[in-house]
Design a protein around this ligand. Structure first.
Ligand code: BAL
Ligand code: ZN
Length: 880
């Protein structure tokens, strides 16, 4: 495959003012007629270069240029392009092609999910529908007519507003949709199916009425309310937080079972993976409810950050994705607990994005090159991209940031722009220079920030010294210093924040502030500091860096208790746990008996006994750093020692804290029994503490706990409690109870694919010996199919990404298993195949024997036959 470079970007030679599409959907083929009203791009000068249209897997039936039928000698056709010569600056192209959605297993372009037709065009799927300039800087007005069998496909949808519809004599019918907003082809959507809808309404801030519809298959009608409520909250929030109003008369969401991504923001017609829209208490966990709320909001927010203002080219993907993730995080924080949301996001970023940033696929937030753009829908572009936007807000303040976003939307409405344009709007609205800051967009890798402190008791000054360094990443040996916003406070012996005055400042201002660290090495001296303070650094995780400060365990315990920044209280607990776990890992590696530092017990005991703490915070603080995170922060990850040490710590904690855990569990379970399920932050918090308490308690293997788990499993009125109870049974040694629980669950939910996904995941993640054999057996289960991305993620993905003990078994059999699945998926669905590879790409993290086994599997994939560009890029870069 060819590598595409950002530096080679050129504006398009031609523009498409209008796009008129007609789809004739049939069971064995689909005919697509496209009329493109085109003209020479004036920005590219005069003359008429050849017109090169993108097109893949299309059977060309006919093509006309301005009513002139073209013959084979009038154009060039290969498997990626159709090239012809226009003879005037303005012209019309009419093409007819035949495509086969019914056999499209890649789920890109037009395809069938079950009985319905649907599309996924981002990033480059539209070229599998018709010949086109399939690039985001070509924006066009679309009119779409869909015709299909009336009985099979009573609902025919596309972008924009419905215009006309009618019937034909032959049992078919048609509908025409018109989207008044110019858009790139990646935002095109079409749906046809036997769908039912839940309907509601929203009155915008300028009093326009918008019809809201969520289309689903009939059995899912009762699972739409949460998404609908989330949508209305998101619409209101975007008006209040960003001044953004919805612009069409109708907003539609369609739930689709077979979908590569979470969801897609097509203009006016969002298409969702059913897992990201369907939720009701009996079948979806609290986490699933929160995910639905976040994704519904994310896709809706794209209407401005992505659709009204779109990307010039795919290197700018983070322009819309980083910003939109930042926006949805703000929304979720406002709807739930901001501190808990931040903790979840940071834990996710540090575990997964930091690993990506340290691996062979590391790339900057705005990549310089790609072979297959689908491989760049990454944690770096999304999550780190959101952190970059968050840092801009931290540096400018909330008001300055809002001025910047207002200017951005106003300046670029209707345009396809770059990350530079986004930053420029922020600069211009605030009169600041962010030139150095922009290195966050161009330099890959996670910077390390080492902080030292020196207190001068005589001068009453505290000097903080910062040293930043960023390790090399592929293609980037040397990094220039970043601008790192460090939000901090200095705490006195009682935990109070001291007034802050830097040397040279006239007076103290405030007790916390953001320092912009922008040199490789830099010192800041605070004056009038009456006693040796304890710094609370990088509050709220103000920059995506690896911070190190030589905190003692006692100081971390102090911060856990006293830091007025909630995030940093949690962070102190995590750092304490990391220190303690690393000590246990060392003991295990040396063959010494493991001895848990009792300070961790004491710290968690006081957290558990503190009734004033938000229960969600208690649950977060009780959660030890995960194995994946411990792997990420290891030089060479000893998976066995990590697993053994963490399990040992959990057992010790469970034993020492049995009483307070049992009390918390019983109180919360009692509260759950007494009230019906509600999807609110307070109830999420209560259940999360209840369930983590149960998972600790179960380690005691006491009969009363087994009984409690079984009671919770049987009697729960919601999936959060039921699944948590099933998980503790599955991870327990109680074979009979486990088998019974699994069988009852499968019997009850066999017809609900999303619930069965959870059943697969719980088993795939079970660390007890025999994991690979269990997963192999589950692949034969009638509810499993490798053709459905959710199933692949639930079983194969959960096993390879979460079940470290079994995935890294030392005979390499699990690596071989994963490689086999990737080879199979490569032929069916390249995007999903490439995603599943991620755990193998991290081979450099492990011991030499595992390295060799993992590499051998990557090499086997490389020579396994005709590789998709998706898989080829990941494998070849991993081995480079
Ligand atoms: N644009 C692809 C799906 C999403 O990020 O919303
Ligand atoms: Zn997005």
């Amino acid at each position: 495959p060819r590598t595409i470079y950002l530096k080679d970007y050129q504006a398009p030679d031609y523009l498409i003012d209008e796009t008129h599409l007609t789809f004739e959907l049939h069971e064995d083929r689909t005919l697509v007629h496209a009329q493109l009203v085109m003209r020479r791009n004036p920005a590219r000068g005069s003359g008429l270069p050849p017109l090169v249209l993108d097109g893949q897997q299309l059977e060309l039936l006919s093509i006309r240029l301005n009513d002139r039928e073209l013959g084979a000698h009038d154009y060039l056709l290969d498997d990626r392009h159709l090239t012809l010569q226009p003879d005037s600056a303005e012209f019309v192209i009419d093409s007819s092609v035949c495509i086969h959605p019914e056999s499209n297993t890649a789920l890109e372009g037009l395809y069938k999910s079950g009985k319905m037709f649907c599309t996924q065009c981002e990033a480059e799927g539209f070229r599998k529908i018709t010949y086109y300039l399939d690039r985001p800087d070509v924006m066009s007005k679309f009119t779409t007519t869909v015709s299909a069998d009336r009985q099979r496909y009573p609902v025919l949808l596309s972008n924009g507003n419905p215009i006309t519809s009618g019937s034909e004599d032959n049992g078919r019918h048609w509908a025409t949709w018109e989207d008044p907003f110019r858009k790139p082809a990646y935002l095109f959507a079409l749906v046809a199916g036997d769908l039912w809808c839940v309907e509601d309404q929203f009155t915008t801030m300028s009093q326009r009425e918008v019809a809201l519809r969520i289309y689903v298959e009939p059995e899912n009608l009762d699972k739409c309310q949460h998404a609908m409520d989330s949508l209305k909250r998101a619409m209101r929030w975007d008006e209040e937080a960003y001044g953004r109003e919805y612009d069409l008369d109708i907003f539609m969401i369609v739930a689709v079972n077979d979908f590569n991504m979470g969801a897609m923001e097509n203009k006016g017609l969002n298409i969702f993976n059913s897992s990201a829209v369907l939720a009701k208490a009996e079948t979806a966990t609290d986490a699933a409810h929160q995910r639905v709320e976040a994704i519904v909001a994310h896709e809706y927010f794209h209407n401005w950050s992505g659709n009204r203002v779109t990307c010039r080219d795919w290197f700018q993907l983070s322009l819309k994705e980083g910003f939109t993730v930042f926006r949805d995080a703000g929304f979720s924080a406002d709807m739930n607990s901001p501190t808990v949301k931040r903790i979840e996001d940071v834990a996710y970023l540090r575990t997964h994005q930091f690993a990506e940033d340290a691996g062979p696929m590391a790339h900057s937030v705005r990549p310089d090159a790609y072979m297959e753009i689908s491989n760049f829908y990454t944690l770096t572009v999304y999550e780190k991209g959101a952190e970059v936007v968050r840092m801009i807000q931290t540096l400018l303040g909330a008001e300055g940031f809002r001025k910047g976003s207002d200017l951005y939307f106003q300046r670029h409405d209707g345009q396809a722009v770059t990350c530079d344009d986004f930053v420029k709007a922020m600069e211009d609205a605030n009169g600041v220079d962010l030139a150095q800051f922009k290195r966050w967009y161009s330099q890959a890798g996670t910077p390390r920030l080492e902080v030292g402190s020196a207190y001068d008791a005589e001068a009453k000054t505290l000097t903080l010294t910062f040293r930043q360094l960023c390790p090399p990443s592929p293609g980037q040996a040397h990094k220039e210093p970043f601008v790192i916003p460090v939000d901090l406070a200095l705490l006195d012996g009682q935990g109070r924040e001291l007034p802050l005055r830097l040397a040279g400042e006239a007076a103290a201002s405030g007790t916390s502030r953001v320092l912009a660290v922008n040199e490789a090495e830099q010192s800041f001296t605070f004056v009038d500091i009456p006693e040796q303070p304890l710094p609370s650094l990088l509050r709220g995780f103000s920059a995506p860096v690896k911070l190190s400060f030589p905190y003692s365990r006692d100081q971390l315990m102090f911060l856990m208790q006293h830091d007025s920044d909630g995030f940093n209280r949690w962070e102190a607990g995590q750092q304490l746990a990391v220190q303690v776990l690393q000590e246990l890992i060392g003991q295990r590696q040396r063959g010494e008996p493991m001895v848990l530092d009792r300070r961790l017990v004491a710290a968690l005991k006081s957290v558990l006994e503190n009734d004033g703490l938000d229960q969600a915070m208690v649950a977060e603080m009780l959660s030890l750093p995960g194995e994946a995170y411990l792997i990420e922060i290891s030089e060479v990850a000893d998976v066995d020692a990590i697993h053994a040490a963490r399990e040992f710590a959990r057992r010790e904690l469970a034993e020492a804290l049995f009483e307070p855990l049992w009390q918390r569990y019983q109180a919360n379970r009692q509260a759950s029994r007494q009230s019906a399920y509600v999807a609110t932050a307070e109830h999420f918090a209560r259940r999360s503490l209840q369930n983590i308490a149960l998972s600790y308690l179960m380690l005691s293997e006491k009969p009363e706990v087994l009984e409690a788990a079984q009671e919770q499993y049987r009697e729960a009125d919601n999936m959060t409690e039921r699944l948590a109870a099933l998980a503790v049974l599955v991870n327990s040694p109680f074979e009979e109870a486990k088998a019974e629980g699994l069988a009852l669950f499968a019997d009850r939910f066999k017809d609900d694919p999303l619930v069965m996904d959870q059943w697969f995941s719980v088993q795939a993640g079970c660390p007890l010996p025999g994991g690979l054999e269990r997963v192999r057996a589950l692949m034969q289960h009638p509810a499993f199919t490798i053709k459905n991305p959710n199933k692949v993620r639930a079983l194969i993905g959960a096993f390879a990404n979460q079940n470290h003990a079994n995935f890294h078994r030392d005979d390499g059999e699990s690596y071989r298993f994963l490689a086999d699945q990737v080879i199979m998926l490569n032929a069916l669905n390249p995007q999903i195949a490439a995603r599943q590879l991620a755990p193998l790409t991290r081979w450099r993290k492990y011991d030499l024997s595992r390295q060799a086994l993992m590499k051998a599997e990557l090499e086997r994939i490389l020579v396994s036959g005709s590789l998709s560009s998706d898989v080829y890029e990941v494998v070849s870069k991993s081995l480079a």
